[in-house]
Design a protein. Sequence first.
Length: 265
Amino acid sequence: MVNVTLNRSTVKKLAKKFLTREQISFIREIYYSVVYPTNLTKLATSYKTDKWNKHWYAQHYQKHFEPLRKKKLNILEIGIGGYANPNKGGASLRMWRTYFPKSTIYGIDIHEKKAHEEKRIRTFQGSQTDVNFLKEVIKEIGQVDIIVDDGSHINEHVIKSFEILFPMLSKNGIYVIEDTQTSYWKKFGGSRYDLNSNKTIMEFFKNLCDGLNYAEFSSPDYIPKYFDKHIVSMHFYHNLIFIYKGENNEGSNMKDERLAKLISD
Ligand SMILES: C[S@@+](CC[C@H](N)C(=O)[O-])C[C@H]1O[C@@H](n2cnc3c(N)ncnc32)[C@H](O)[C@@H]1O
């Protein structure tokens, strides 16, 4: 009789001997989703999305998304992964599906990704810059509560998708942009020399920060824009931005006449 002690390394060796890589990965996913369903860094590691270990985004997602975890939401991610290979990718869609147990996860990719569809995961093929395609997607989903842009990361694309999709986001929705480092990459339409170039993702969103305070501009000629009136907070992290939608209508501090006199110029 062979006496085998079942420690961690023996289980690993046995698994490698008797199971395929796909089977091991499937078991690992089930294990993580049962043991760590609320831990995004563990889930990101298990599903092998680069939102952890390559980038360090999962910790920020955890902080912003934790209060929403149990809600029934529609979540849309631009960029499914795996590029032209229809069977590759889908890691983050599966991670979100596990983390948000009641939500439906939708993915957009320029390449066909139907292979990743399963319960609570749907995919659409098209470009993140195609207005009609994006409108059709939103029409089909109905209300979208969270949008994550992890697509081409080309500066012009990211800005265009935001301009199209943010107005269609639900009224208290959250829009996230990943990999803003491309703001400094020439090949992606960015610049590391001209940090104020209005064509870059970072400059576009830095400008929107002023809009948070549009009520203080005090110029009677200033007409607030859509983004001024509908962004209530923005959170910048290393290569990652969260933009919160809401009604930015608190009004100005300068309604206080004494204060208005004090600061008039
Ligand atoms: C970095 S991968 C996404 C990874 C995935 N979100 C994850 O975390 O596992 C980027 C994906 O964006 C897709 N993509 C590139 N350009 C696009 C575009 N213009 N519109 C939509 N998707 C695009 C690529 O095909 C690729 O699959």
